[in-house]
Design a protein around this ligand. Sequence first.
Ligand code: CA
Length: 225
Amino acid sequence: MKILIIEDEKVLAESLKRILESKGFEAEAVHDGESGEQYALLNIYDLIILDIMLPKKNGYQVARSIRSKHNATPILMLTAKSDIEDKVDGLNAGADYYLTKPFDMRELLACVNALLRRQGSQVNELVFGNTRLDLESASLICGENNVRLSAREFEVMRMLMVSGAHHMSKETLLTKVWGYDSNAVENHVEVYVGFLRKKLMSIGSDIRIETVRRLGYHLECEKPC
Ligand code: CA
């Protein structure tokens, strides 16, 4: 899960980033509205935490712009203002929830989880064939057997299970799992798919990760699923 933080108070942005990362999220922070908008429009984030008073563009403008491009990423707005009218403005601009500063980190985490859950992206497990991917423990489970996945293996497996029998391109995996600004190349994807194939085999899974030339990967079952 990738979270974008758009917050100009650098100390707060960094502490949000650290807390989210400690809970297993990937988080990136930017410090003005204009870069925030550009990052948000990459459409690779599962949630956006957006401050209102920002340099260059304010949070309302950023939220409106994101929504006008039909980007439905949940937005959690942060503000020092607590007036009811500001909340209404934020919600009208396209925010999904409002948190007034100063807030408790537990409150923030509860909001983040609620917004991700509501979006349907926080189910507990994904299933394909005889195998389950447990999203809490990052384990693959087949009958009595299970194996833990590393963070990258887990992200690749999650994306493959979500697309299932449909093709998932190496490029999409690279962007979603490694991000735009990393030095990773498509080779990394192949290496991780190799790790996953071994782990699937080790637990007796009937999932096969099929390579399709030029299209990427898709999942198949040895026996009809
Ligand atoms: Ca601010």
